[in-house]
Design a protein around this ligand. Structure first.
Ligand SMILES: [Zn+2]
Ligand SMILES: [Zn+2]
Length: 171
C-alpha cells in the first residue's frame, strides 16, 4: 500500500465520519486468503483474520489492500464488510484506471477509494444497499457505478447510522 494514500484516507474518513481515525502498521495478507487458481484474495478470509487484530479502543477496522479481492460467488469485489460488525476491507486493484487499460488518474482513484471505504464502513454501521443513486450505499458492480453514485450518505442512511463517535455533529 502507498503510505501517502493511506494517510489521505485516514484524514478523509475522519472528516466524513466525525471520528478519530488511526492508521495501523501494515500486516501481511493471510496466506490462506490467496486463491492461486483465480490469482485473487478471498476477502472473507481477510476479514476473519482482521478480527483477531482489532485494537481494544477501536470501534471499526478498515483494511486497505492493493490486491484484487473476490468471494466464491463473485468474480471480484471492491470490498467486503461485516454487516453491523467491526471489520471491512477495500481493494484499490479495480479502482485504478490502469486496470482498464486507461492512463492513471490519481484524483479519480482517491474519489473511488473514498466512496468504497465509506460504503463498506456503512455496512459495518448496519446499512444495507440504498436504492438512491445519490447515496454512497448504492450498490456498485462496476467502476461506472462507483463514479455515478453520490459521495456521501443520503439523509435516510445517515439517520439509520445513529450517532457517530466523538462530536455530536450532524451533516
Ligand atoms: Zn455494499
Ligand atoms: Zn442511502
Amino acid at each position: 500500500m502507498d503510505p501517502w494514500i493511506l494517510k489521505w484516507l485516514e484524514k478523509e474518513m475522519g472528516d466524513c465520519l466525525f471520528s478519530t481515525v488511526r492508521a495501523m502498521p501494515p500486516v501481511p495478507l493471510p496466506p490462506d486468503s490467496y486463491d492461486a487458481v483465480r490469482n485473487q484474495y478471498v476477502s472473507t478470509r481477510i476479514l476473519r483474520e482482521m478480527l483477531k487484530e482489532v485494537p481494544e479502543d477501536a470501534r471499526k477496522l478498515l483494511g486497505v489492500t492493493d490486491k484484487d479481492l473476490c468471494i466464491p460467488i463473485l468474480t471480484y469485489v471492491f470490498g467486503e464488510a461485516q454487516l453491523d460488525g467491526i471489520a471491512a476491507v477495500v481493494s484499490l486493484a479495480r479502482l485504478r484506471q490502469e486496470h482498464y487499460g486507461v492512463a492513471p488518474d490519481r484524483g479519480l482513484l482517491l474519489e473511488r477509494l473514498r466512496k468504497e471505504s465509506l460504503h463498506e464502513l456503512g455496512h459495518t454501521f448496519g446499512l444495507i444497499h440504498c436504492p438512491s443513486r445519490e447515496c454512497v450505499m448504492y450498490l456498485s458492480n462496476t467502476v461506472v457505478d462507483v463514479d455515478g453514485k453520490g459521495r456521501t450518505f443520503c439523509r435516510a442512511c445517515r439517520a439509520a447510522m445513529g450517532p457517530l463517535s466523538g462530536a455530536g455533529r450532524e451533516e
